[in-house]
Design a protein around this ligand. Sequence first.
Ligand code: NAD
Length: 479
Amino acid sequence: MSPSKVSTITFDSFHNIVDGQQRGGKEKHHGVNPATGEELWEVPVGSQQDVDDAVTSAQKAFESWSQETVERRKELLQKYCDHYMSYSDEMTDLLCAETGKPRQFAEWEVKGVALFFNHHMNLELPEERIEDDEKVLLTRYTPLGVVGAICPWNFPLILSLGKVIPALLTGNTIIVKPSPFTPYTTLKAIELAQDIFPPGVVQAIGGSDALGPMLTAHPGIQKISFTGSIATGKKIMAACAPTLKRCTLELGGNDASIVLPDVDIKKVAPELVMGAFQNSGQVCVATKRIYIHQDIYDEMLKEMVNFTKTIKVGAPGSGALLGPVQNKMQYDKVKTFFEDTKRNGYKFAVGEPDVAKGNGFFIQPTIIDNPPNNSRIIEEEPFGPIVPTQPWTDEEEVIKRANNTNTGLGACVWGKDVERAERIGKRLQAGSVFVNSWEKPTPQAIFGGHKESGIGGEWGQEGLKSFCNPHVLHTYKSK
Ligand code: NAD
């Protein structure tokens, strides 16, 4: 296999990538810069023909890519990482434009991808050998075939390349579909990949939401790796059933954070706030409910409010800690949580925030002081910078309250008594529980949800298996 070279890279024109080539389309759409409300560059809307051609190319590429050694696949992944990182400044600019993230966080995401690459370079596919008197059993993990990656808009690079890296390492080929809200960095990253990988190994088709069902229905695709909302996840699982595609669903959450009475209030208050408002609350594992022990409730809330008031919200490059909400649809959705809070007379601990500033989708972060258990802000994921706090006194009761949700993605427990915090953490029904930290997923461990937060998981050594079939060779000893 020899790598193909498709282009000189520019960062102001965007194409789908099919069979190693840049492709336009009859229809076009564009993202919107959420900090200014201005339209960004045109991108082609992928068609059924594009999907069919990409699947044919991916199937052909799979024949040889799946037979390459893991060492060779890692070698090309490392080259890809170096090539991608040589454009890290341009990628950061692009990510700022499409998401509105403050530059330091856009940079963190762009460079975070390199950590994903690096971590995967140290992973090996497990092999298990069992021998008895009559036979040897060899359990290996072999690639599935063509993977369809359907991605969201909150971390467009990490959440697309976080699928590409393990899929390619395990010998699959992959077609990536970015969110229509954030097509730019993904299309460009996959364009860069064409300088390294043979045609068809990694492709990208952007477009409308209509493109997702074309991937989920396609009989030539063996797995869908999806990150996005619970509602879409359910549709995807149903759509995968007729072809019995494997699917990994990384969905939404309503993470609880439990604060024990012994914490250092001044230290923990800003951490609790950042756990809720990082990336303007648009994080699947952002803290979405904060349970503070009654003994420290007032003082902790006061410190959290003080810190929240210092948070500057603004455009990338303005020195702001938080950027805008990424798109108008989400901005309007988050505002309904503010309206619901007002209508029901729940208390804004930070004062009533300004939700409409300039043309960008900016929202000042806020905290809702002790709304009832059946309020929307307790029961639903707002995916924006608004979080409720409630007091607790009884450990058993607060564990029940934290677990009283259809979701189970992440959770946190804070306490100087680490043993107690871990004991509580072990009883929280969530895929990733953090003790004395807000939610910080890492490529070092599998990431996945319990309950309606998902099926299966990706990342880490264990996550590699989600891109594989188990393959057992039973060899009987010659008689
Ligand atoms: P979304 O479900 O609206 O869209 C995600 C992707 O699915 C997009 O690419 C979209 O075009 C595509 N899509 C839409 N309809 C489809 C269909 N019928 N079939 C196939 N694909 C379809 O989600 P979003 O608004 O982009 O992302 C926000 C949600 O994602 C939040 O709920 C958040 O918690 C969740 N999320 C989860 C994780 C995780 O790892 N668990 C990470 C980030 C975001």
